[in-house]
Design a protein around this ligand. Structure first.
Ligand code: COA
Length: 259
């Protein structure tokens, strides 16, 4: 896996994708979008012992200060496929079967914030600032931000954030429910890795169904209760369920095989 503008590292199956355009505050350009799409739809399949993904930004200043504004004018006459690619990439992240955690240090703005919102969880450092500045450009958030942010924080706060473009800091982001917790700089990556390692010790098929059923709660085209019911029934037919219950009875740690 060799991507332009994204660094990939793999530590015992925990893959870190680092947006690597620090001089442009890691603005999400077409190349980053394409690489993310390739990773989450295809390339992850070659990783052995794969546990989950951390997405972060290079440098101390930004996770990502938005979509790359410098590319916008060139795509104005063909904007639907451009935005659709962003939607499809962020859907692939949101519906990914393994945990995906955004580690945010500094700015997460616009399309960069939307990338973080597509992840399953978000850790922020104390210097984090988030906002949707799009109306300053005469635009709106176009990579799912209007939807995902409203789901997370409710209509009134989402309206205020997107219409005023006001920035909120790390503590307020947690208080609003946008982010999971604030973690000091030297602990933020180890914390994300510990979270993924912990999740990897649980039943992998069950974790996959947790992601699917929780996402169904926010998808109006789906009946989340029906999906939960079926997932529960399917899980009861797995070897992991058998092993989990057996391990509980035998007072030992379960060894899941993901089947
Ligand atoms: N797209 C493209 N380039 C961007 C960018 C973006 N979203 N955000 C920052 N950059 C670039 C700047 O153009 C600058 O590049 P240059 O040195 O080639 O001129 C570089 O990153 C550093 O940014 P700069 O503005 O000089 O840093 P700053 O500390 O003064 O300000 C911000 C930081 C985040 C407040 C400011 O960069 C900003 O407002 N960025 C745009 C945010 C935005 O509107 N995002 C929504 C897009 S959907």
């Amino acid at each position: 896996m060799n991507y332009q503008d994204i660094l990939v590292s793999n530590e015992e199956g925990i893959v870190t994708l680092t947006l690597n355009r620090p001089d442009q505050l890691n603005a999400v350009n077409s190349s980053i979008m394409h690489s993310l799409y390739s990773f989450f739809t295809e390339d992850y399949k070659s990783i052995e012992g794969f546990k989950g993904v951390i997405i972060t930004g290079s440098g101390e200043k930004a996770f990502a200060a938005g979509a790359d504004i410098k590319e916008f004018l060139a795509v104005a006459d063909d904007s639907i496929p451009f935005v659709k690619k962003g939607h499809n990439t962020y859907f692939a992240i949101e519906n990914f079967h393994k945990p995906v955690i955004a580690v945010i240090k500094g700015y997460a703005l616009g399309g960069g914030l939307e990338l973080a919102l597509a992840c399953h969880m978000r850790l922020v450092n104390p210097k984090t600032k988030i906002s949707f500045p799009e109306v300053n450009l005469g635009l709106i958030p176009g990579y799912g931000g209007t939807q995902r942010m409203s789901q997370l924080i409710g209509k009134a706060r989402a309206m205020e954030l997107m219409m005023t473009t006001d920035m909120i800091d790390a503590n307020q982001a947690v208080q609003y429910g946008v982010c999971n917790r604030v973690v000091e700089d030297d602990e933020i990556m180890p914390t994300a890795k510990k979270m993924i390692a912990k999740i990897a010790s649980k039943g992998p098929v069950a974790v996959k169904h947790i992601i699917k059923t929780i996402n169904a709660a926010f998808d109006e085209s789906k009946n989340g209760f029906d999906i939960e019911l079926q997932a529960f029934a399917d899980l009861m037919q797995t070897k992991d369920f058998e092993e989990g219950v057996k391990a509980f009875m035998e007072k030992r740690k379960a060894h899941f095989i993901g089947e």
